[in-house]
Design a protein around this ligand. Sequence first.
Ligand code: GLU
Length: 287
Amino acid sequence: MVNPKGPVVTRFAPSPNGQLHLGHAFSALCAHEFARAFGGQFHLRIEDIDGTRSRPEHIQAILADMQWLGLAHDGKVQFQSQHTARYVAARDRLVSAGFLYRCGCTRGDISEALKHKPVPHGPDGPHYPGTCRELPFAGDGPYSWRLDTKKAADLVGPLMWTDLAAGQQFADPMAFGDVVLWRKDAPASYHLAATVDDATDGITHVVRGKDLFAYTAIHRLLQNLLDLPEPVYWHHPLLLDSTDEKLAKSKSSPALSARRLAGESSAELMDNLRHRMLPLGISLSDA
Ligand code: GLU
């Protein structure tokens, strides 16, 4: 049974680089119901930090879909594209503390280096081979900022976090190697922007899909490096399609907007999703 001590604040944080599908509706519902069950707040954050992939028409569709689903959010909708200054401040702090280094490697440079250097493989594939960590980047071309994950993790020491479904977890940021925190072609990475925003927006419970479970290790590390509060997490199961495949925007799962624009009511769909929440072991009705 979940029994938070203080006020609860959750959020739904879609990236507007595609249409929302049923899996997003489920995620938004979980975050919404969790907040409502505890008399808390539910925020909507549009993760449009990546200007190369975000599309205004997707933002409009997300806002209309949320209304159609009947999932009202508290406060103003937050847009990451309007908060670059706070990500710059976090990046600069990490740079001054010596946790980030410049990386000028292209994808081609990295695959070439990987041919000659065995590296561990993590959830996102082979680790960055460390070229620009070992030999500081001195070129004048574009560069990204990478986290020296080992240096940071060694300094911070063992890290734990709590998942409401999976229990106490050890964070293993080393599983990802030196991740990019500031991209060449876009501002902050998802990891930096989401971690900073969750703290700024006072998110007490990060409710999101299990596909993001492993990333929490990086977020916990960043929270420590930046002196940010630690939220509780609930990584809910992903909805599967009829072939037991994860519903993803890249696949052909039906977009919510298509159903909305076809004049369908969302009532049945939401009832169905509420039923799917019941067996998850998060006993909201006990609150
Ligand atoms: N923007 C991310 C996505 O659409 C979700 C981020 C999060 O919930 O932490 O997958």
